[in-house]
Design a protein around this ligand. Structure first.
Ligand code: 16G
Length: 246
Protein backbone atom coordinates (compact mmCIF):
# COMPACT_ATOMS: atom_id res chain seq x y z
CA UNK A 1 0.00 0.00 0.00
CA UNK A 2 1.29 3.49 -0.74
CA UNK A 3 2.19 5.69 2.22
CA UNK A 4 -0.40 8.27 1.18
CA UNK A 5 -3.12 5.61 1.29
CA UNK A 6 -1.75 4.18 4.54
CA UNK A 7 -1.92 7.48 6.39
CA UNK A 8 -5.02 8.70 4.56
CA UNK A 9 -3.70 11.91 3.02
CA UNK A 10 -5.65 13.82 0.36
CA UNK A 11 -3.90 16.99 -0.91
CA UNK A 12 -7.21 18.70 -1.69
CA UNK A 13 -8.69 18.14 1.76
CA UNK A 14 -8.42 20.56 4.66
CA UNK A 15 -7.19 24.10 5.14
CA UNK A 16 -3.84 25.77 5.69
CA UNK A 17 -0.55 25.31 3.83
CA UNK A 18 -0.19 21.94 2.15
CA UNK A 19 3.13 21.09 3.82
CA UNK A 20 1.62 21.74 7.26
CA UNK A 21 -1.31 19.43 6.58
CA UNK A 22 1.05 16.74 5.37
CA UNK A 23 3.26 17.24 8.41
CA UNK A 24 0.25 16.91 10.72
CA UNK A 25 -0.94 13.72 8.99
CA UNK A 26 2.50 12.18 9.29
CA UNK A 27 2.79 13.25 12.92
CA UNK A 28 -0.53 11.64 13.68
CA UNK A 29 0.51 8.43 11.89
CA UNK A 30 3.77 8.27 13.90
CA UNK A 31 2.14 9.06 17.24
CA UNK A 32 -0.67 6.59 16.73
CA UNK A 33 1.74 3.83 15.73
CA UNK A 34 0.54 3.49 12.09
CA UNK A 35 4.18 4.17 11.20
CA UNK A 36 6.57 2.15 13.32
CA UNK A 37 9.87 3.12 15.01
CA UNK A 38 12.85 2.53 12.71
CA UNK A 39 10.62 2.21 9.63
CA UNK A 40 12.36 3.79 6.61
CA UNK A 41 10.52 6.39 4.55
CA UNK A 42 10.68 6.26 0.76
CA UNK A 43 12.89 8.86 -0.97
CA UNK A 44 11.61 12.45 -1.28
CA UNK A 45 11.11 11.91 -4.98
CA UNK A 46 8.94 8.82 -4.42
CA UNK A 47 7.03 10.54 -1.65
CA UNK A 48 6.31 13.53 -3.92
CA UNK A 49 4.89 11.18 -6.51
CA UNK A 50 2.94 9.13 -3.99
CA UNK A 51 1.41 12.19 -2.27
CA UNK A 52 0.97 14.08 -5.57
CA UNK A 53 2.72 17.17 -4.18
CA UNK A 54 6.01 18.91 -5.00
CA UNK A 55 9.32 17.79 -3.55
CA UNK A 56 9.58 21.15 -1.78
CA UNK A 57 6.33 20.42 0.04
CA UNK A 58 7.65 17.00 1.06
CA UNK A 59 10.93 18.47 2.23
CA UNK A 60 9.23 21.18 4.32
CA UNK A 61 6.89 18.65 5.94
CA UNK A 62 9.76 16.29 6.77
CA UNK A 63 11.96 19.16 8.05
CA UNK A 64 9.33 19.98 10.65
CA UNK A 65 9.23 16.36 11.87
CA UNK A 66 13.02 16.06 11.89
CA UNK A 67 13.13 19.32 13.88
CA UNK A 68 11.04 17.91 16.70
CA UNK A 69 12.69 14.51 16.74
CA UNK A 70 9.93 12.38 15.21
CA UNK A 71 12.01 11.62 12.13
CA UNK A 72 15.74 11.02 11.81
CA UNK A 73 17.89 11.62 8.76
CA UNK A 74 20.80 9.18 8.60
CA UNK A 75 23.51 10.12 6.17
CA UNK A 76 23.56 7.87 3.15
CA UNK A 77 20.70 5.75 4.50
CA UNK A 78 17.66 8.03 4.24
CA UNK A 79 14.89 9.14 6.59
CA UNK A 80 13.52 6.98 9.38
CA UNK A 81 10.75 7.10 11.94
CA UNK A 82 12.54 7.90 15.15
CA UNK A 83 12.93 5.12 17.66
CA UNK A 84 13.86 7.61 20.39
CA UNK A 85 12.99 6.55 23.86
CA UNK A 86 12.41 8.93 26.74
CA UNK A 87 14.16 7.72 29.83
CA UNK A 88 13.56 9.17 33.24
CA UNK A 89 16.73 9.93 35.12
CA UNK A 90 15.05 9.58 38.47
CA UNK A 91 13.76 5.99 38.20
CA UNK A 92 15.96 2.98 38.85
CA UNK A 93 14.66 0.83 36.03
CA UNK A 94 16.31 -1.72 33.79
CA UNK A 95 16.67 -1.70 30.04
CA UNK A 96 14.20 -4.58 29.71
CA UNK A 97 11.62 -2.72 31.82
CA UNK A 98 12.13 0.54 29.91
CA UNK A 99 11.49 -1.20 26.61
CA UNK A 100 8.53 -3.24 27.87
CA UNK A 101 6.94 -0.01 29.16
CA UNK A 102 7.03 1.28 25.59
CA UNK A 103 5.67 -1.85 24.03
CA UNK A 104 9.01 -2.71 22.47
CA UNK A 105 10.68 -6.06 22.80
CA UNK A 106 14.23 -6.18 24.10
CA UNK A 107 17.00 -8.66 23.67
CA UNK A 108 20.75 -8.80 24.15
CA UNK A 109 23.64 -10.25 22.28
CA UNK A 110 26.61 -11.32 24.36
CA UNK A 111 29.96 -9.72 23.68
CA UNK A 112 31.39 -11.67 26.60
CA UNK A 113 30.42 -13.14 29.96
CA UNK A 114 33.17 -13.96 32.42
CA UNK A 115 34.25 -14.14 36.03
CA UNK A 116 37.54 -13.09 37.56
CA UNK A 117 39.23 -11.03 40.24
CA UNK A 118 38.30 -7.36 40.59
CA UNK A 119 40.55 -4.86 38.72
CA UNK A 120 41.95 -1.84 40.62
CA UNK A 121 39.39 0.46 38.92
CA UNK A 122 36.48 -1.82 39.71
CA UNK A 123 37.64 -2.24 43.29
CA UNK A 124 37.59 1.54 43.77
CA UNK A 125 34.17 1.96 42.15
CA UNK A 126 32.59 -0.98 43.97
CA UNK A 127 34.44 -0.62 47.25
CA UNK A 128 35.79 -4.18 47.07
CA UNK A 129 39.14 -5.36 48.41
CA UNK A 130 41.75 -6.63 45.91
CA UNK A 131 41.23 -10.22 44.82
CA UNK A 132 37.44 -10.20 45.35
CA UNK A 133 35.67 -12.26 42.65
CA UNK A 134 33.38 -10.42 40.22
CA UNK A 135 31.19 -11.27 37.24
CA UNK A 136 31.37 -9.30 34.01
CA UNK A 137 28.49 -9.11 31.56
CA UNK A 138 29.14 -7.31 28.28
CA UNK A 139 26.19 -7.01 25.93
CA UNK A 140 24.74 -5.32 22.89
CA UNK A 141 21.22 -4.21 23.84
CA UNK A 142 18.52 -4.28 21.17
CA UNK A 143 15.07 -2.72 21.09
CA UNK A 144 13.12 -4.76 18.58
CA UNK A 145 15.94 -5.35 16.13
CA UNK A 146 17.63 -2.03 16.60
CA UNK A 147 20.95 -1.77 18.48
CA UNK A 148 20.40 0.88 21.17
CA UNK A 149 23.39 0.48 23.49
CA UNK A 150 26.48 -1.39 24.53
CA UNK A 151 26.56 -2.31 28.20
CA UNK A 152 29.53 -3.40 30.27
CA UNK A 153 28.49 -4.51 33.77
CA UNK A 154 30.57 -5.66 36.71
CA UNK A 155 28.74 -7.38 39.57
CA UNK A 156 30.46 -8.44 42.81
CA UNK A 157 30.58 -12.19 43.36
CA UNK A 158 28.35 -12.15 46.45
CA UNK A 159 25.41 -10.79 44.42
CA UNK A 160 24.81 -13.78 42.12
CA UNK A 161 25.12 -17.56 42.56
CA UNK A 162 26.87 -18.01 39.19
CA UNK A 163 27.34 -16.60 35.68
CA UNK A 164 24.62 -18.66 34.05
CA UNK A 165 21.75 -17.05 35.99
CA UNK A 166 21.98 -13.99 33.73
CA UNK A 167 20.48 -14.88 30.39
CA UNK A 168 17.85 -12.19 29.76
CA UNK A 169 17.59 -9.33 32.22
CA UNK A 170 20.43 -8.66 34.67
CA UNK A 171 18.06 -6.94 37.10
CA UNK A 172 15.72 -9.92 37.02
CA UNK A 173 18.63 -12.18 38.01
CA UNK A 174 19.69 -9.77 40.78
CA UNK A 175 16.10 -9.53 41.95
CA UNK A 176 15.86 -13.32 42.18
CA UNK A 177 19.00 -13.27 44.35
CA UNK A 178 17.64 -10.46 46.54
CA UNK A 179 20.43 -8.15 45.36
CA UNK A 180 18.70 -5.79 42.96
CA UNK A 181 19.98 -2.26 43.60
CA UNK A 182 17.61 0.10 45.42
CA UNK A 183 19.62 3.26 44.88
CA UNK A 184 22.11 4.35 42.23
CA UNK A 185 24.48 7.11 41.26
CA UNK A 186 24.66 7.98 37.60
CA UNK A 187 27.05 10.05 35.60
CA UNK A 188 26.42 11.00 31.98
CA UNK A 189 28.90 12.17 29.39
CA UNK A 190 28.88 12.89 25.64
CA UNK A 191 31.19 10.53 23.74
CA UNK A 192 32.05 9.43 20.22
CA UNK A 193 31.90 5.74 19.31
CA UNK A 194 35.35 4.44 18.44
CA UNK A 195 35.82 1.98 15.57
CA UNK A 196 35.42 -1.17 17.62
CA UNK A 197 32.32 -0.05 19.51
CA UNK A 198 30.80 1.42 16.35
CA UNK A 199 31.21 -1.86 14.51
CA UNK A 200 29.52 -3.79 17.36
CA UNK A 201 26.59 -1.39 17.09
CA UNK A 202 26.55 -1.31 13.29
CA UNK A 203 27.03 2.46 13.16
CA UNK A 204 29.64 4.81 11.68
CA UNK A 205 32.89 5.21 13.65
CA UNK A 206 32.86 8.63 15.32
CA UNK A 207 29.06 8.63 15.69
CA UNK A 208 27.89 10.57 18.77
CA UNK A 209 26.81 8.70 21.86
CA UNK A 210 26.00 9.06 25.53
CA UNK A 211 28.02 7.24 28.12
CA UNK A 212 26.12 6.60 31.33
CA UNK A 213 27.93 5.11 34.28
CA UNK A 214 25.67 3.66 36.91
CA UNK A 215 26.75 2.49 40.34
CA UNK A 216 23.95 0.64 42.08
CA UNK A 217 23.70 0.01 45.83
CA UNK A 218 21.82 -2.24 48.19
CA UNK A 219 19.80 -0.97 51.15
CA UNK A 220 22.81 -1.62 53.43
CA UNK A 221 25.05 0.60 51.30
CA UNK A 222 27.06 -2.11 49.56
CA UNK A 223 27.70 -1.48 45.85
CA UNK A 224 26.16 -4.23 43.76
CA UNK A 225 26.52 -2.99 40.18
CA UNK A 226 28.83 -0.93 38.08
CA UNK A 227 27.65 -0.53 34.50
CA UNK A 228 28.90 1.54 31.62
CA UNK A 229 26.15 2.03 29.06
CA UNK A 230 27.08 3.43 25.67
CA UNK A 231 23.83 4.62 24.14
CA UNK A 232 23.42 5.81 20.57
CA UNK A 233 23.11 9.58 20.63
CA UNK A 234 20.04 9.48 18.40
CA UNK A 235 18.18 6.87 20.42
CA UNK A 236 17.57 8.26 23.87
CA UNK A 237 16.25 11.45 25.46
CA UNK A 238 17.12 11.58 29.12
CA UNK A 239 14.49 13.40 31.11
CA UNK A 240 14.80 14.56 34.69
CA UNK A 241 12.18 16.15 36.90
CA UNK A 242 13.59 19.02 38.94
CA UNK A 243 12.06 20.35 42.13
CA UNK A 244 12.61 23.80 43.55
CA UNK A 245 13.92 23.31 47.07
CA UNK A 246 13.49 26.98 48.04
C1 16G B 1 19.91 -0.16 32.27
C2 16G B 1 20.90 0.44 33.24
C3 16G B 1 22.02 -0.53 33.57
C4 16G B 1 21.45 -1.86 34.02
C5 16G B 1 20.52 -2.41 32.95
C6 16G B 1 19.88 -3.70 33.38
C7 16G B 1 20.85 2.78 32.47
C8 16G B 1 21.62 3.96 32.06
N1 16G B 1 21.52 1.66 32.74
O1 16G B 1 20.43 -0.23 30.99
O2 16G B 1 22.79 0.03 34.62
O3 16G B 1 22.49 -2.78 34.26
O4 16G B 1 19.49 -1.47 32.69
O5 16G B 1 19.04 -4.12 32.34
O6 16G B 1 19.65 2.86 32.56
P1 16G B 1 18.46 -5.57 32.21
O7 16G B 1 17.87 -5.93 33.53
O8 16G B 1 17.45 -5.47 31.13
O9 16G B 1 19.61 -6.49 31.86
Amino acid sequence: MSLAAQIGFEPEEGRGPLYRRLEERLRHAIESGVLKPEQALPSERDLAEDFAVSRITIRKALDGLVGNGLLLRRQGAGTFISGRVEKSFSKLTSFSEDMAARGRSSRSEWISRSEGAVTPDESLMLGLSPGTPVYRFNRIRYADDFAMALEYSTIPGFALPDLAVVHGSLYEALNASGTRPVRALQRLRAVLFDGQKASLMGIEPGAPGLLIERRGFLEDGRAVEMTQSWYRGDAYDFVAELNDLG
